[in-house]
Design a protein around this ligand. Structure first.
Ligand SMILES: Nc1ncnc2c1ncn2[C@@H]1O[C@H](COP(=O)(O)OP(=O)(O)O)[C@@H](O)[C@H]1O
Ligand SMILES: [Mg+2]
Length: 322
């Protein structure tokens, strides 16, 4: 196969609301026509504020929940048409690392059991080889051998996330979705876990979808990044280009929050005013318009939804981006 490992085309995911809102037929339009590719061995960043639809994309491309519309091709095959009987083999190849490693780990399972589980379920490693493979994986994620005998509550947050990563790698997947893997961690240990993910991605040649709410996390791991706002990709291109010269006013706001190590002068922090978008009440025109500070914003922004178009090295969905 020469095509991308993952091809997402016009993906939409709408949730039915509960209670009286459900009776009113209201929907939360979490994802509204998202398209992107992830090549084998490639790391793609997916960034945006809370509620922009990132986790929904991540779960849907792993077939952990259904799509409302659009298509997900995995290794050239329609992911949602793959027969149940073949799903187990597929599950071995794609795994998820969660934001909250505490919540994702069984509190009664030792580190050894947590990592061995996937190997056993998928019969990925012969029983006799499991202890050795578990030990190797714990070492690979930077845990000392003692972690094998500990319960999750006996580990630090960073150690728990390392264990979550080891668990995801237990079946030697080729594709990993990491959903805000460092958001729940102490600021002081985030960088270590980001470096670990970056090393693993390169060493194992993993295709990676790295979800984060800021550009600082993805900058060290991904060559390409897509920025989501209100369930749409508003800008996508080389991560360096998004950092060096973001074109969309929303990416500019995200960029302004990234600390810069170099002394280059740059504009100050852009603080977004106004409310985050309401996914149950989609507006006409540009979804970012109510919060946009672009000097050229005009009536067209209220009436026409901007499509992604090439501007320099990126694609950007803004009528006025140059
Ligand atoms: N199971 C659900 N039922 C209804 N609405 C949901 C559900 N999951 C997510 N949403 C809504 O979809 C939108 C996108 O959520 P999510 O994908 O979790 O975004 P993110 O990961 O970027 O924070 C949010 O408005 C959220 O409230
Ligand atoms: Mg999320």
């Amino acid at each position: 196969m020469t095509g991308p490992l993952l091809a997402v085309r016009d993906l939409a995911v709408h949730y039915r609301l509960h209670g009286p809102l459900r009776r009113a037929g209201m929907l939360a339009r979490a994802v509204n026509g998202v398209s992107f590719d992830v090549a084998r061995g490639e790391a793609l960043g997916l960034v945006g504020e809370s509620g922009s639809g990132k986790s929904t994309v991540g779960r849907t491309v792993l077939r952990l929940q259904p799509a409302t519309a659009g298509e997900v091709l995995y290794d050239g095959r329609d992911l949602f048409a793959i027969p149940r009987a073949e799903l187990r083999a597929l599950r071995r190849r794609m795994q998820m690392v969660f934001q909250d490693p505490g919540g994702a780990l069984d509190p009664r399972m030792t580190g050894r059991e947590a990592v061995a589980e996937g190997m056993i379920v998928h019969r990925h490693v012969p029983a006799a080889g499991i202890p050795e493979r578990v030990a190797a994986l714990l070492a690979e994620v930077g845990l000392d051998p003692g972690a094998a005998d500990r319960l999750p509550h006996e580990l630090s947050g960073g150690q728990r996330q390392r264990l979550g990563i080891a668990r995801a790698l237990a079946t030697d997947p080729e594709f990993l979705v990491c959903d805000e893997p460092v958001s729940a961690l102490d600021v002081s240990i985030r960088a270590q876990v980001v470096v670990l993910l970056s090393d693993l991605q390169r060493r194992r040649g993993l295709a990676l979808l790295l979800i984060a709410h800021d550009l600082a996390v993805v900058r060290q791991v991904t060559a390409r990044t897509a920025v989501m706002y209100a369930g749409r990709i508003v800008e996508t291109g080389p991560t360096e280009a998004l950092l060096a010269g973001p074109r969309h006013p929303y990416t500019q706001a995200l960029r302004s929050a990234v600390p810069v190590p170099d002394p280059a002068p740059r504009p100050g922090r852009i603080v977004l005013a106004g409310e985050p978008p309401d996914p149950t009440a989609p507006a006409a025109g540009c979804p970012f318009r109510p919060r946009c500070l672009h000097p050229a914003r005009d009536a067209r922004c209220a009436s026409d939804r901007p499509a992604l178009r090439p501007v320099g090295p990126v694609l950007v969905a803004c009528h006025h981006a140059t």
